[in-house]
Design a protein around this ligand. Structure first.
Ligand code: ZN
Ligand code: FE
Length: 255
């Protein structure tokens, strides 16, 4: 039975995610920007928190971890490479490790770029991946610590997941990301259709940061950096995929 997913809006535009295993009752949260909204969501569902999964060290993803740990006694999972700048970890993770939420297993994927120790979690049976500030809805995280080549390699790993994987990312930057995407990929019909649908999603209160991978691949300009049409449109027909990505990321940084 797949995990039950609940997106919890936090702070200004962050998302935390609750993952509940209906078989065992175990419940995890991915990232803890803030404590109160997560308690509220747990109470509303009648779930007790058992596990805290951390994607990366930025304060808007870990700011509430210690309080939530004190309140619930939940087990903390995070990247071994970042153990020195994360709350104390019960499980220090490396690429390929498995996290278990009751009967459900998630695989750890190293996705450096936004930060060096950034990890993602892929729950294959539930067809969900938690990518925080690596692959984001219609965008990708800014490169604070890694190189464009590292981020391109990280995005390539995520692109290789099954197309029906639900990508759950760390922020709703959809408005700004849509404007940028249109500026670099103006003839993309799927992109226009997605942006038209986004307004209805927003009005219906659907979380903007939860998107099937197939739709990201069709519309997210950073996942299209390797396509000859994208390279040609930016005078980079003979550039490497990573160079084409670097160019798009630079355009976004100055957009
Ligand atoms: Zn971040
Ligand atoms: Fe963030």
């Amino acid at each position: 039975m797949p995990l039950t997913l609940t997106a919890v809006p936090c702070l200004r535009d962050n998302y935390a995610y609750l993952l509940h295993d209906p078989e065992t009752g175990r419940t995890a949260v991915v990232d803890v920007p803030d404590v109160a909204p997560i308690h509220d969501a747990l109470d509303a569902a009648g779930w007790a928190l058992s596990d805290i999964l951390i994607t990366h060290h930025h304060d808007d993803h870990i700011g509430g971890v210690m309080r939530l740990r004190e309140d619930t006694g939940a087990t903390i999972w995070g990247a071994k490479a970042d153990a020195h700048r994360l709350p104390p970890l019960d499980h220090a993770l490396v690429q390929g490790d498995t996290v278990t939420i009751g009967a459900q297993a998630g695989r750890v994927i190293d996705v450096p770029g936004h930060t060096i120790g950034h990890i993602a979690f892929h729950f294959a049976e539930s067809q969900m991946a938690f990518t925080a500030d690596s692959l984001m809805a219609l965008g990708c995280g800014r490169l604070f610590e890694g190189t464009p080549a590292q981020m391109w390699s990280s995005l390539s790993k995520l692109m290789a997941l099954p197309d029906d994987t639900l990508i759950c990312s760390g922020h709703d930057y959809s408005k700004g990301n849509a404007a940028f995407a249109l500026s670099v990929d103006p003839d993309n019909a799927a992109l226009h259709a997605r942006i038209s649908a986004m307004e209805a999603d927003r009005l219906a209160g659907r979380p903007m940061a939860v998107v099937p991978l197939a739709l990201e691949k069709a519309t997210n300009p950073f996942l299209r950096a390797h396509l000859p049409a994208m390279k040609a449109a930016h005078d980079r027909l003979h550039a490497s995929d990573a160079e084409s990505f670097a160019h798009l990321r630079h355009l976004k940084d100055t957009f």
